[in-house]
Each structure stands twice: as C-alpha cells, then as structure tokens.
Design a binder for this molecule. Structure first.
Ligand code: GLN
Length: 203
C-alpha cells in the first residue's frame, strides 16, 4: 500500500467535510465518493454520521450499496462513525422496515440507544490501539447507537467508562473494519483517523 493512501468519504448525506479534514490530518489523501466510479478509485472508505436510514436509502437509489458490499467483501477497509457504524453492522436493532446495511462487522447495534438529540453528550473514552492510548479521547455522542453484542471476530476497543452508560461498547474493529458510536471528526484529535489510516496501510 502507498504511504499516502487515498481514502474516500461517502458523500450522500451526513458529516462529510469534517472527516475529509481529519483524514488529511491523519496522513491520508481524502476525497468525496458519490459515484461508483469514485468508489473504484479509493483505497478505503469512511461512512460518516448522519441518518443511517437516509444513507441506506440513497446508497441503494444510486446503486452504490451493492458495490460497497462487494468492495468490503473484497477487503476494502471501511470506517463508520455513528450512522456509519450502523451501516457496517450485520444486525440492527430499531431499524426501520426494509433498512439495509453494508454489513461486515459481526455486531448487533441498537439505533438511538443513548436517547434523543437532547440527550447527546460528551465523555472521555479510553480507546485500545490508538496513539497515546493512556490519554482519553473526547467522545462526542449524538443520537448514537451502541453495540449490544459482538461476535468472536470482533475486537472491542472502547467502552463507556463512567456514568449511567458505563460498560456500553462504543468502538469495535476487525482487520479491515472500524466503527465508533461517537464522532472523532468533530474533535481536533485525529488519533482515531490515524488508527484507520494505519489499518488502510496494512491492508
Ligand atoms: N441516529 C442516527 C441513525 O440511526 C445516527 C446519528 C448520527 O449519526 N449522529 O442513523
């Protein structure tokens, strides 16, 4: 893999710009992905936060979902934050009728598990595998999902470690897939994106 991988950010709905900036900071070249052709030109893909039902619907409408599944199955690294985590989950609790995902992570995620928009919150999170892991990461949770259960192929890399939600799984990875309930792209801390770029280099 090139030392400066090209990482696409799925740009059909949600917080695209912030991921582009975080990826550049983490040492990747970042580009938006809206079409099949653009998907074919990237080494890896970020699926941003937003609304998973809308991202799914539009991805299917544009004929992208099927190809995202194929690219993922062929080993393309993907990182999903919040709604993106839902898009990478094999099983969704609280899905709307007919909601689909790219899948790939053997996890069950629960949509809106932390509550409504007004219950959005921030909390320090310890994440395994990032640079300077002893320094807590600022977890920004906005109508976020959590991971109810994870299969054996999944490494849990972060849980909430204080407050009423202590113990809830909020970040997971496999060899090529990474997902966080929270939004690292909304902070100035690029360590989660660095971890992903490292995964892309190794893939
Ligand atoms: N609740 C949203 C969903 O189900 C996710 C929220 C977010 O990405 N900030 O898609």
């Amino acid at each position: 893999m090139k030392s400066v991988p090209v990482v696409g950010v799925l740009a059909i709905q949600g917080g695209v710009r912030e991921h582009l900036l975080s990826l550049e900071k983490a040492g990747a070249k970042s580009v938006t992905v809206k079409t099949l052709r653009q998907l074919g030109e990237v080494d890896a893909l970020v699926i941003p936060g937003g609304e998973s039902t809308t991202i799914d619907k539009l991805a299917r409408k544009f004929g992208l979902l099927e190809y995202m599944r194929e690219a993922r199955a062929a080993g393309m690294p993907m990182y999903g934050s919040c709604a993106g985590m839902i898009m990478l989950a094999d099983h969704i609790l609280g899905a709307i009728t007919d909601q689909e995902s790219v899948g790939g992570l053997d996890i069950t995620v629960e949509r809106n598990a932390f509550g409504r928009q007004s219950e959005s919150f921030e909390t320090g999170i310890s994440i395994t595998g990032i640079r300077e892991p002893e320094r807590e990461f600022e977890g920004v949770f906005i109508r976020a999902p959590w991971v109810n259960s994870a299969g054996e192929s999944i490494e849990v890399i972060a849980k909430v470690n204080s407050g009423v939600h202590t113990g809830r799984i909020v970040a997971v990875r496999s060899d090529t897939l990474l997902a966080t309930s929270f939004h690292p792209e909304l902070t100035a801390d690029s360590r989660v994106h660095e971890l992903f770029v490292e995964m892309v280099r190794k893939a």
